[in-house]
Design a protein around this ligand. Structure first.
Ligand SMILES: Nc1ncnc2c1ncn2[C@@H]1O[C@H](COP(=O)(O)OP(=O)(O)OP(=O)(O)O)[C@@H](O)[C@H]1O
Ligand SMILES: [Mg+2]
Length: 511
């Protein structure tokens, strides 16, 4: 007797179909799994056998062959437990076969027959929907994630007995429904953090606003206690809201990383990731034996904050160069490569020198050599990908005591949204969302300059010895400054502001 169940396997943040074929034949009892299973899949045998027995269901005393088709790709993990068990129960006629072809099935089994959640439900269920399936049977704890796929009937299941009762029609499981619009419009609050509480540091705040509006990479440089970390943590409060499509894309990554459990199933705010400087290269970019997205992918459509930038391993930073350029990261694997999206905004913070007090009277005791060594820890090519650099002076007692409170996050965000709206309108046909994503060709169209503006930029180009990339960055950031100003034209005033942020390049680039 043969049965077939639709399941799938993950590849990056997508999935591909896997059909679980179960054959029972007479002969000496045996239980084989073929189709390139890894060790976790092979262990399925023991879990499935024990789970079926412990659920007081009959385990067939037959020659059992399971094929995971297509046979030429390697299958990983425990998510085939449930389709294998269901296939076995169907082949041994414990449950009828007739309905099975309509269902997508995935889940891990416990020895007692209960069903455990698996990673990557959203991309798997989404893939099944794309292939025309409209019903899915998923672990109870994964149901909300599965229900994000519109038009899919989601049947959450807690254990094997519920599964049997459903297909034998003794007790049907009712499909769940989620109001996606209501879910998406719920607001997660970040109310404890507000720009309002950061005193002084006006140019850094302005730089944050520009970075948030145009999606630019940003480096904050200042002595200890000047408020770098404080400011960076407040960035999410002024970022443009996510669109539903962006939200789903981020949720897929978190689904594959297994970070959605027991939490809200839909990621509704832009990610803000702040990995510690001891992080390894593979934790940053992703990978591992069972591949997982790294921090740069978990920051997709959001912010990656690297505090104390020079403390990171140089080679760790080095591997971010390509992802920063491409918005995606490719990971080499034994059998091929894997791609995860990683379009994030990089925000970094550092002290100006090892002791942190360079430029602050005669408080700094670092030698020129120590300072150069400190700056050299950050690679030039990485700094080259930073659009805006800003120095934050030490805060004086008077600043803290006297300076008036500045704008609230809400006020800043309203300006950011206005500027972002201009970009969305302008780039309708270009397939980009932020000025930071402009290609040189697109800049020719969208960043046209007048005669005066060109002259200013030419003078700066020669004086500051800019690279071509440096020149393009000035144009992109100037575009954002103009957008914040509500101006279609980039004017001399906008360019002049941006040139201030570039003047630090040389100082920090070469030490
Ligand atoms: N501009 C400011 N306005 C109000 N409070 C501030 C400001 N700057 C610093 N503080 C206070 O000082 C604390 C330390 O600031 P923060 O951690 O941001 O400094 P930092 O620049 O990141 O220093 P380090 O280089 O040591 O990491 C803050 O939690 C806050 O209480
Ligand atoms: Mg800090």
């Amino acid at each position: 007797m043969l049965s077939m169940i639709h399941s799938s396997a993950l590849l990056g943040i997508d999935s591909y179909p896997v059909t679980v074929e179960v054959d029972l034949s007479s002969g000496l009892p045996a239980f084989d799994i073929v189709g390139l299973p890894d060790s976790a899949v092979k262990e399925s045998r023991d879990r499935v056998r024990t789970a079926i027995k412990n659920s007081n269901l009959t385990f067939p005393v037959k020659r059992i062959t399971i094929n995971l088709a297509p046979a030429d790709t390697k299958k990983e993990g425990a998510s085939f437990d449930l389709p294998i068990a269901l296939g076995l129960l169907a082949a041994s006629m414990v449950v009828p076969q007739n309905e099975l072809p309509e269902y997508f099935v995935t889940g891990e089994l416990s020895l007692d027959g209960s069903i455990r959640p698996v990673n990557g439900i959203l991309p798997m269920v989404y893939g099944a929907w794309e292939r025309g399936l409209r019903k899915c049977l998923v672990p109870y704890e994964n149901m909300e994630e599965a229900a994000l796929v519109e038009g899919m009937e989601v049947y959450p299941v807690k254990n094997l007995l519920e599964l049997v009762a459903h297909f034998t029609r003794k007790q049907r499981i009712s499909p769940i429904y989620m109001d996606l619009e209501a879910l998406f419009s719920q607001n997660e609050s970040l109310e404890f953090l507000d720009f309002y509480h950061v005193k002084g540091q006006e140019s850094a705040k302005r730089a944050m606003e520009i970075a948030a509006a145009g999606g630019h990479n940003l480096l904050l440089i200042g002595p200890p206690g000047s408020g770098k970390t404080m400011l960076a943590k407040r960035l999410p409060t002024i970022l443009p809201d996510l669109t539903f499509a962006e939200s789903i894309e981020i949720t897929k990554i978190y689904s594959v990383a297994g970070l959605l459990r027991n939490k809200n199933s839909l990621v509704r705010t832009r990610p803000f990731r702040a990995p510690h400087h001891t992080i390894s290269a593979s934790a940053l970019t992703g990978g591992g034996r069972i591949p997982k997205p790294g921090e740069i992918s978990l920051s997709h459509h959001g912010v990656l904050f690297l505090d104390e930038l020079p403390e990171f391993q140089r080679n760790t930073l080095e591997i971010m160069r390509q992802p920063l350029e491409d918005g995606q990261v490719t990971i080499a694997r034994v059998n091929g490569t894997l791609t995860y999206p990683s379009d994030f905004m990089l925000v970094a913070a550092m002290n100006p020198c090892p002791c942190g007090h360079l430029g602050n009277g005669n408080k700094c005791h670092c030698s020129q050599n120590e300072i150069s060594k400190y700056h050299r820890k950050i690679s030039g090519p990485l700094l080259d990908r930073i659009d805006i650099m800003v120095e934050m002076p030490a805060i004086s007692y008077d600043d803290l005591e006297e300076s008036a409170y500045g704008d609230t996050s809400e006020t800043i965000k309203s300006r950011v949204l206005q500027a972002h709206h201009m970009q969305l309108t302008r780039y309708k046909e270009d397939g980009i969302f932020f000025n930071a994503q402009l290609t040189p060709a697109q800049m020719e169209i969208h960043c046209k300059l007048g005669k005066e503006e060109k002259e200013l930029l030419r003078a700066a180009f020669e004086r500051m010895d800019l690279s071509a990339r440096g020149y393009h960055k000035i144009l992109k950031v100037a575009r954002t400054v103009a957008d914040l100003d509500g101006s279609d034209e980039i004017t001399v005033r906008h360019i002049a502001e941006v040139l201030q942020y570039r003047s630090l390049d040389r100082k920090y680039m070469m030490g």
